[in-house]
Design a binder for this molecule. Sequence first.
Ligand SMILES: Cc1cc2nc3c(=O)[nH]c(=O)nc-3n(C[C@H](O)[C@H](O)[C@H](O)COP(=O)(O)OP(=O)(O)OC[C@H]3O[C@@H](n4cnc5c(N)ncnc54)[C@H](O)[C@@H]3O)c2cc1C
Length: 340
Amino acid sequence: MVAGGGVIGLSCALHIAEEFPNWRIIISDTATRPAVTSRAAAGMLAAYAEFDGDSKLFQLSRQSLEYYPDFMARFHLGTKLYDCGILIPALEGSDEGADENANLASKHAEATWLEGEALRRAEPQLSCRRALRVPGSIVNARLLHDDLVKRACEYGITFHSGRVSSLERNNERIVAATLEDGERIACDHMIIASGSWSQSLGNLAGIDLPVIPVKGQVVSVSAPDGFLRHMIHAHDVYLAPRAGEGVIVGATMEEDTFDEAVLSDVNQQLLALASKYVPAICNLPIRDSWCGFRPKLPDGAPLIAWQGSNLLVATGHYRNGILLAPITGKMVTALIRERS
Ligand SMILES: Cc1cc2nc3c(=O)[nH]c(=O)nc-3n(C[C@H](O)[C@H](O)[C@H](O)COP(=O)(O)OP(=O)(O)OC[C@H]3O[C@@H](n4cnc5c(N)ncnc54)[C@H](O)[C@@H]3O)c2cc1C
C-alpha cells in the first residue's frame, strides 16, 4: 500500500506494478486536493541549475534526468518533455548572488557561457550581461500527474480516497492501515510517500520523519509559445515556459506553513523580480496563480529507504520531486526486490 498519490507515490506504484505484476497495489490519498504539490510544480528538470557537480544530489538528479525519456516511454506517458535547456543569468553590477549562482553552475562540464549577440539570438527577451547555458528539460506537471494516474489505473492499481489515519502493527510489521472514513486496508508492505504530510504518517508508524512544508507560490502570465525559448533560472526567481499556457514565474520559499492563501501582492513581487531578467514580463496579463508545499527534510535531501521490516519511506524531495520521481520509483522497487 502507498500512502500518497503525488508523483512520488505514483512512480513507486507503477515501477512496483511492473516488476511484481501479481501484487495488488493500493494508493490512498486525501479526498480534497490530492497531489496539490505535485500539481503545483513548474515542472523544471533542473539538475544542472539546482546542484553543483560534486554533490550526491546532483548525481542522483542527473540519473533521473537521463532516465526521464525512458521512464515516459516505459509507462507510455504521453506528456511532452521539452528539452529546452536552462539559462542562468549573471547581472551587471551589484547583484553578487546572480554571479555566484552562475559561477557555481559553470563548473559543470556541459555548461557554456553565452553573451552579446549570441545571447540575444538565443534568448531575445533576456536582459543580462551574460548567461550560462546548462542542459535541462521541462514537463507540464499537471499533465504528467494526470497521465500517471491514468496509467496507474490501467496497471490495475486502485485508488482509495481518504487520508491514512491509523496503522496497525503486529510486532515489527505494519499489517493494516485505516483510512479516515474507517475503511481498513490490510497490507504486506507500506510505503510512506505523503510529501509534506509525511511527518504525521511517520508518527503513526512510530518513526521520526522531520519533514516540514516549504510553501511555494507561483504566478503564470499569458504569452505566446516561443516568448521564452529556455527556462530562466536566476538565484532569486525563475521563469518557466509552459507550452500553450504562457510562462510560470516562481516561487516563494516560506518555511513551515500549510497556509493555502495565494496573495496578489506576492504575484507582483515575483513579477518585479522576473522583470530584472525579462523586462517584458510585466506587460503580460496574469493568467493564474497557485501554491504548493515542498516536502523538506533537515538536510534538504530525500529519504528513500527501509524504515522497518515492511515499511519503506520515499519523501523529502523538496524542490525537485518532479525531477526525482522516476529514479525514486526505480530505487524503491530495487529495495523491495532485495528483500523479496
Ligand atoms: C511552487 C512549486 C514549484 C515547484 N517546481 C518544481 C520543479 O520545477 N521541478 C521539480 O522537480 N519540483 C518542483 N517542485 C517540487 C515538487 O512539486 C515536489 O517535490 C513533489 O511534488 C513532491 O511530490 P510528493 O509526491 O512527495 O508530494 P505530494 O505531491 O504533496 O503528494 C503527497 C500526497 O500525500 C497525501 N497525503 C498526505 N497525508 C496523507 C495521509 N495521511 N494518507 C494518505 N495520503 C496522504 C497528500 O494529500 C498528497 O496528495 C515545486 C514545488 C512547488 C510548491
